[in-house]
Design a protein around this ligand. Structure first.
Ligand code: GLV
Ligand code: MN
Ligand code: MN
Length: 427
């Protein structure tokens, strides 16, 4: 642990936003676009930056066996279980600069404040900057947090990225030992809970004119790769002899959207590839992704069964073949009453309204590392308003006053948990 330098200003909201900008410059895309995927050179660079900021905040640091960057500030006595704070540093393609990143930097800044105040808490504080939440590189999401949660699957080693590099070989290229990945796994005894700050990635806070909110639960998600095969051929082929995979995929995509809307679920087809991909050749094969989310796993799974039947029906009518492969599954995760309570206390302390009222609670349709950590310990999440609800886009934006409020609320939530004085159910 480093002793705070009293002449150095603490990391406030403006400095947190500057750090977001600095991390955004570590990208594999040019023209100011951001993409930072798991086990890339950009991942190594942002881990090094985060490690330096963690040390400045007073933490001992290490990179774990799955490439997550970690830091720890001891509590009243060394070796106590920790309150884990964190989020992720990886991004989607053409990302914004706050999804995940803001949560890591908020956590570091809050630990810095608590250390500078010389407070000794009845638990240690750990910060984790997860290496993969989005699943951009290998299709399966939450790889970093699932390594920490001890739910890593050996089947993942053969996953490949878009240039055919396996997860196994990417580990080796990053300087990690695949055989040692289980060393990243922690146990329930290590933690008293997990708190994550994240931008909302939706419009509810903005519509309610609120800077902060409490997550009630996180929707479960399943992702699939769907391949429709027909027969490639000359674009002059008559209708009677065409087996067009792209026309079948298009009909299926629109039908999936309709079905999901009717079932009050969210379905996204964000990736589509066509083979052989030529203007005067009928598509012989179409591959597309499906990301399906819902508040309740049972509703989502029932809808998937209907989608599978629909795919079969559309393809058999058109003389096509369909194959589906699930690439990711995460059950819905509930935020504990206790941690929702401390986040509510933190929000009330930060806005000066200590009237016992419950700040707004929201369901998160976006996935978060907290879903994986829920396997180990109870979870709680603080949401920060983002402009227009826009996320996974370069226009992602937050304001400095909102970030300042989030820092105050997150610190107050940690201290409320330490004091043990707001353990009532916020509902
Ligand atoms: C990640 O942001 C996800 O919701 O998939
Ligand atoms: Mn995201
Ligand atoms: Mn995220």
């Amino acid at each position: 642990m480093t002793t705070p330098d009293p002449s150095k200003p603490l990391t406030g909201a403006a400095a947190v936003l500057e750090r977001c900008d600095e991390l955004a410059s570590h990208s594999s895309l040019s023209d100011g676009l951001i993409q930072r995927v798991y086990l890339s050179p950009e991942h190594a660079a942002v881990n090094a930056l985060a490690a330096g900021w963690m040390r400045d905040a007073g933490m001992a640091t290490w990179q774990d066996a799955a490439g997550n960057q970690c830091g720890r500030l001891e509590g009243a006595t060394p070796g106590l279980p920790a309150l884990l704070l964190g989020s992720h540093l990886d991004t989607v393609p053409s990302a914004g600069r706050y999804d995940g990143i803001l949560g890591v930097l908020t956590a570091i800044a809050v630990v810095e404040r608590i250390n500078a105040d010389g407070r000794s808490l009845p638990f240690a504080l750990e910060v984790v900057a997860f290496g993969d939440e989005e699943g951009t590189r290998f299709g399966t999401a939450l790889l970093g947090s699932r390594a920490l949660a001890g739910t890593w699957l050996d089947a993942w080693w053969e996953l490949t990225d878009e240039v055919g590099i396996t997860l196994h070989d990417a580990f080796v290229a990053f300087g990690l030992d695949p055989a040692a990945v289980t060393a990243a796994a922690r146990t329930s005894n290590d933690f008293v809970g997990y708190l994550e700050t994240h931008i909302e990635q939706g419009p509810v806070l903005e519509e309610n004119d609120l800077p902060l909110g409490i997550v009630s639960s996180i929707a479960g998600a399943r992702r699939f790769q769907i391949t429709i095969t027909g027969k490639a051929g000359h674009s002059g082929t008559p209708w009677t002899h065409r087996r067009d995979a792209l026309a079948g995929a298009s009909e299926a995509i629109v039908a999936i959207e309709r079905l999901a809307r009717d079932a009050d679920l969210i379905a996204t087809v964000g990736h589509l590839e066509v083979f052989p991909d030529a203007v005067n050749v009928i598509a012989g094969r179409a591959e597309f992704s499906l990301d399906l989310r819902g508040r309740f796993d049972a509703d989502r799974d029932a809808a998937w069964q209907r989608i599978e039947a629909l795919l079969e029906e559309i393809c058999s009518t058109r003389g096509l073949h369909v194959a589906v492969h699930q690439t990711h599954a995460a059950p819905a995760a509930h935020c504990s009453d206790r941690l929702r309570g401390v986040i509510a206390a933190g929000i009330r302390a930060a806005d000066g309204s200590d009237d016992g009222s419950t700040p707004l609670e929201l369901l998160s349709m976006a996935g978060h590392d907290a879903m994986a950590v829920a396997h180990l310990t109870e979870i709680g999440m603080l949401f920060v308003r983002c402009a227009g609800g826009v996320s996974h886009h370069p226009d992602e934006s937050v304001t400095e006053p909102d970030v300042a409020r989030a820092l105050d609320a997150f610190e107050a939530a940690v201290l409320a948990l330490a004091d043990g004085h707001t353990l009532q159910d916020p509902a």
